[in-house]
Structures are given as C-alpha cells and as structure tokens.
Design a binder for this molecule. Structure first.
Ligand code: SF4
Ligand code: SF4
Length: 302
C-alpha cells in the first residue's frame, strides 16, 4: 500500500502526521514501513525519525555543453527550449544552467549532434534506517529550484525497493507500507511525489486559508484519480467550513487533532506525538484503520 501525506499549504502539520503514522505502523502494528521524504526543499522528517544515514549520493541533471567544432549556429536548440535556458547568437551558444530542466529537447533537435550532455548537481539523496523503518530522503542544494529530479530519484529507488520487498514477502502475513511525505502546495513537485499513491491524506486546518488550499489540492487529486481523505489539524480553532466542504463533497475526515501546547512543545523538540501519551498513539492507529476501510470500500466498488 502506498500512502502519501500532502497539504495544500505549508505549516499544517503534514510531516507530523506522516512521521507519527510511520512510527505507529512500524512500532505498534509491526508492519514493514518504507518512508520517503519528498519534501526536498525543506526536509524535516529526519528531525523526528532520526534515521542513521548510511549512504549519500549526488543527484544531477543533464545540461547541454556545445561542441563548437560541429555547431553551425542554426538556432534550433534555442527555439526548442521552452525554459529559455539556451540562446544562440551569431557566433556563440549561451547556456543558462540555473534555468535548464535537463529535458534533453535541445540535444534531440540539434541537426549537427553538436550538444554533449554533462551532469550538474542539484541536490543529494540520503538513505538510511530509523529503527525498522527504511528511510529515503533528499535535499535540494541551496539556491537550486529544481525539486522534481530529486523527488524522481527518491521515488524510483523507494518504489523499486518497496516492490521487491512486497514480492519477497508474498507468502507471509507481514504488510509493507510505503509512506510519502510530499511537499506542500499543488505544483509539479507535489504531483511527482503523490502520483503513484493508492491513497493521499490531505492535512489541513479549519481556517479560510486552510479551506482555500484544500480545495485546490482536492482538484489535483481528482484529476489524478487518487482516493483521498482529510486530517483536520488544530480542529478546535477557526470555523466549520472545512467540515461542511468535506461533507458536501463526500471526503472523509480521517482524524481530528486539537490545538495543544503539548504538541507544539514536542514538535519543537523533535519528539513524536505518539510518545506523548497512548491516546495520540490510538488516534494514529485509527487513522490507518480509516484509510484501510476507505480503500476496501473503493476496491469493493470497482
Ligand atoms: S541546434 Fe546544434 S548546431 Fe544548431 S545552434 Fe544549437 S548546438 Fe548549434
Ligand atoms: S535540456 Fe531542455 S531545458 Fe535544458 S537547455 Fe536543453 S531544452 Fe532547455
């Protein structure tokens, strides 16, 4: 089962939900949990999971380098680049690496085969273990804006490993769960993070901003046809409009968490919520039961 945890806006408690769900499923329920931190612009799941990182790899994207022995300055590469990352003058081809998405279109269209691709590091990939949870995460280099290539590497590696383990354990009862902590928002990095999910948990708050960004996130999930439910964080602030919206649109509220000073203190110390008291642990057990129940209803219908 692949579950992603996302939110229309930042600061809703998305990572809190993702890490506490991972720890509950691993420690309390005895599942094999694979955790992917795809929030590569601001990764912080490691602050709570405290994984022992045993491998770091550079993530590079291919950017064009011109072979001036072959180039005839025809300009086709510049016309093909929708990101304005390459421009051709009378006797020079200018490449702007920070704008390049490494899509390869310029190399493809060059009639003289005058473009060689060379790797440019945009971030790193980290692999490790947090107890029995296998951890994969990434980090965008400072000043870089291209998160999707790093997310893509995390996803490919994480899903391959997860599927291999699922196949190997087919005969035994133990369940494998892949949990993805997606970046906030609704842009390309989010789509890249959640696109293979069986289910997405949307974390929000009962405020006008929370509702506005939840509606946008739901639109994305509906387009991607990914089943989804809501976690209402700080449920005792704001108004009831998020609940009314969910009810009207048949979106289940899977879990509600109060605004609690104890939670904020634990968060600031990098302490998981489930360590505070057994009632919180039980809430995360119920969160998973609700997701499981929702998926069973969907499978039964199809
Ligand atoms: S398409 Fe190739 S030959 Fe034409 S300007 Fe670009 S690099 Fe040079
Ligand atoms: S690889 Fe793609 S983004 Fe980069 S310069 Fe070539 S066409 Fe533009």
């Amino acid at each position: 089962m692949i579950i992603s945890v996302a939110s229309g806006k930042g600061g809703t408690g998305k990572t809190t939900i993702a890490v506490n769900l991972a720890l509950t499923l691993s420690l309390d329920q005895g599942n094999n949990v694979h955790f992917l931190d795809c929030d590569v612009e601001e990764p912080n799941a490691h602050l709570f999971l405290k994984p022992l990182i045993d491998k770091r790899d550079s993530v590079k994207i291919p950017i064009p380098k011109i072979d001036y022995k072959k180039c005839n300055f025809c300009g086709k590469c510049g016309q093909a680049c929708v990101f304005n990352a390459i421009a051709v003058t009378k006797n020079k081809v200018l490449v702007f690496p920070e704008l390049c998405h490494g899509c390869g279109a310029c190399t493809y269209v060059c009639p003289e085969k005058a473009i060689i691709e060379e790797g440019r590091e945009v971030g790193i990939l980290e692999e490790g273990k947090s107890g029995s949870i296998s951890f994969l995460g990434g980090r965008l280099n400072i000043g870089e804006v291209m998160a999707p290539p790093i997310i893509n590497v995390i996803k490919k590696k994480g899903i391959k490993r997860y599927k291999t383990r699922v196949d190997a354990d087919k005969e035994i009862e133990r369940q494998h769960i892949l949990l993805i902590d997606a970046p906030p928002g609704t842009s390309c990095p989010v789509i890249e993070s959640i696109k293979d999910s069986d289910y997405t948990v949307l974390v929000t708050e009962p405020t006008p901003f929370g509702l506005h960004d939840l509606v946008l996130a739901v639109e994305v999930l509906e387009k991607l046809q990914i089943p989804h439910g809501v976690v209402l964080n700080k449920c005792d602030i704001g108004d009831h409009k998020v609940e009314e919206y969910c009810k009207k649109n048949n979106i289940p509220i899977l879990l509600s968490l109060p605004l609690d000073k104890e939670i904020a203190i634990a968060y600031s110390k990098g302490k998981p919520l489930i360590d505070l008291n057994s009632a919180y642990k039980q809430k995360f057990v119920e969160l998973f039961q609700n997701i499981d129940k929702e998926l069973k209803i969907i499978y039964d219908r199809s």
